[in-house]
Design a protein around this ligand. Sequence first.
Ligand code: C3B
Length: 825
Amino acid sequence: SFQPTHPLALAPVTSPPHSVDGFVREFLRELNTDAGVTLSRSTVNDQYLSLARTVRHYLSARWLENTRKVRETKAKMVGYLSAEFLLGRQLGNALLATDLEEIAEKALAECGIDIATLRAQEVEPGLGNGGLGRLAACFIDSLATMGVPCIGYGIRYEYGIFRQTFVDGRQVEQPDTWLSLGSPWEFPHPEHAVQVDFGGHTETYTDGDGVERTRWVPAWNVLGMPYNYMVPGYQNGQVNTLRLWSAQATKAFDLPTFNSGDYADAVRAQTFAENITKVLYPEDSTPQGKELRLQQQYFFVACSIRDFLDRFILDGDVTTLPERVIFQLNDTHPVIAVPELMRVLVDIEKLDWDAAWAITKQCFAYTCHTLLPEALEVWPTELLGRLLPRHLEIIYRINDEFLAEVRAAYPDDELRARQMSIIAEYPERSVRMAYLATVAGSKVNGVAELHSQLLRDKVLHDFSEYWPEKFTNVTNGVTPRRFMRLANPGLSGLITETLGTGWLTDLERLAELEPYAEDADFRDAFVKIKEANKTRLYRLLQARDGVALPGHHLLDVMVKRLHEYKRQSLKLLHIVSIYEQIITGKVALDQITPRTFVFGAKAAPGYRIAKETIYLINSVAKVVNSDPLVKDVLKVVFPANYNVTLAETLIPAADLSEQISLAGKEASGTGNMKFALNGALTIGTDDGANVEIRKLVGDEHFFLFGLAEPEVAELQAKGYHPHEYYESDPQLKATLDLIASGHFSGGDRSVFEPLVSNLLYDDRFMALADFKDYAEAQARVDAAYADQETWARSAVLNVARSGFFSSDRSMRDYIDRIWHTQPLR
Ligand code: C3B
């Protein structure tokens, strides 16, 4: 460190003046000196980048101060380890957090610029697939807003989730080049790069004190380059950090090879290294078990642990680690951090094994986000041992000691020990990452009440019996800053007019809206806002996708990843069923509630059935939308590339939220919460957080249908035969027959044959079993919607009763039940 003498260097860092003139000055300086252009010659992109950097100026002082305070007070931090952070656009959130929305708008207007144009210029960082990544983004927003020290650690993918396009109705993936026009929100720190090793072998040696030790002799390594992002709290002067790692070759290129003339060989190392953080795996909930994926996982957690120790354990006393950090494992993706911390403590810091294990067990907690058995990550020991030989040894030892405990606790129950082993022997020897996380974690939580119960009863049953106190629930939440205040300024304004300020950081206060459900003026204002949100959406879809939508329809929305268990196909069967009843004259047009159905969903590129489902939705949309008979009552739209940005316009416009997964399959859902908070009514199964939503908003304001989880289990056990439903329900039969007939495929019966057969003879997620009940629930929706006043009352009550679903509340629960950290004073 050095001793500055200039008085300015000694003074604390300050923010620029919070005024229009101050803002204009900062903005022009950015434009002129950083972008190097004059205002009159600048492009929209220059202006956007300069605006973003200008807003950053207003955050830096607080950020630096925050970091200093955390170091100085040695406050315990949350280290949120997540392979995904699905942030969404940054500009709007940063302007809101700094309370600069009006100032910036005026300042730019005085420069002749419409801020809306610049907002639209931002490409969102799509560094996640879906719910899990978006949850991480909500959590870090809440922690910053609550002033709880947190550092998010993840991966700076050069290409995030693919950009979805449709070509003749089929999904075609385009690379997500989110960095190509500049990335004004990040601070690269090459000087803090961390080396990460891979491969090789281990050997034993005797150290200076005569102690037998193991060391890892790796075969190759890469560098992890940190990129910092500011995570601003909502108007509280608190700024946390998100640190994302990018892989680089250790030697930019190999000079001798280069000199010998083989340029291609010389840069090969670089390409190889950089591949590690090149692209986000687009599988959601179903891991692919690819070697590169394990490289990504180890890469980012190794960087993060090293980084944390170097930055926050300044005296080098690693035994204090549990007082300084709790690493939250966001699903199994970062679980390799457990043996990594053991390796650091034992091999590098030279702690003895038991001391290291005692520390490690206090430093981790594990969140499970799934119930699908195929979604639980396992790594073949062959692969893990080849890539991380020392880590495999450590895992074996953790397992040996754990199984010894289990055998002692349950003598003569070898089956139990086998079941609980971190190492699976069949179908190939592999490491069960969820079990490793459960053994190492101080706590294990599910993400909704029902999910946590099923984890205890089924997925991790033996573990919950052995360590009942280890298991807990924290129901997910969403940040009201982004999903209410930014996404729905109309409704937020009405709420503030009605309740005053403060509700945005104390969302349970929405309960104070209850009496207004009975207030006709309030309901009127509420309905007008919903209509305005629909108009805003229709304008966007017109501009973005060239579709024109009628204004007066019930807007029925299903947006989430395309997955069989989420049952987009069930929604589609309902649409086809209505259509079939109209074209065959079973129902008269005037009996139909006019509806627009919106889908938004990306399918994993290798997920065949999911992609076929997309093709079917688009094919049905094409036929329905061009049929003059139904043009006034049915529309089906599927805007491509559903992402956080589109969600922010779509959700506030929706009347009906579709949450129709098979009971026992959706861990929680978080879209369901966003819809309810924006005044949509839910049609849903008793699954995930739907259960809690329904309990809170009340049965009369929620359209429940379908098998409950125990009924699903029972039906599964007795044998599920989907074709029986087809045979016994004429409307279901007519619906499937229409699809099979080639009606939506230009007469070609073969096109959708695989999908239809799959439903008839396999239907893993029991769409046919729930069809009838679903259609009946939809009829109740129609009846309810016919009475606009009652509908509006229900919509208001949905908002008033959903305050529980703020991610601030989730964070309080994590703090109380798992982390035991304190806000920074
Ligand atoms: C998702 C689950 O599918 C959702 O039910 C849940 O709401 C979110 O996580 C957040 O908890 N999930 C995901 O997006 N990706 C996974 N790999 C596993 C679960």
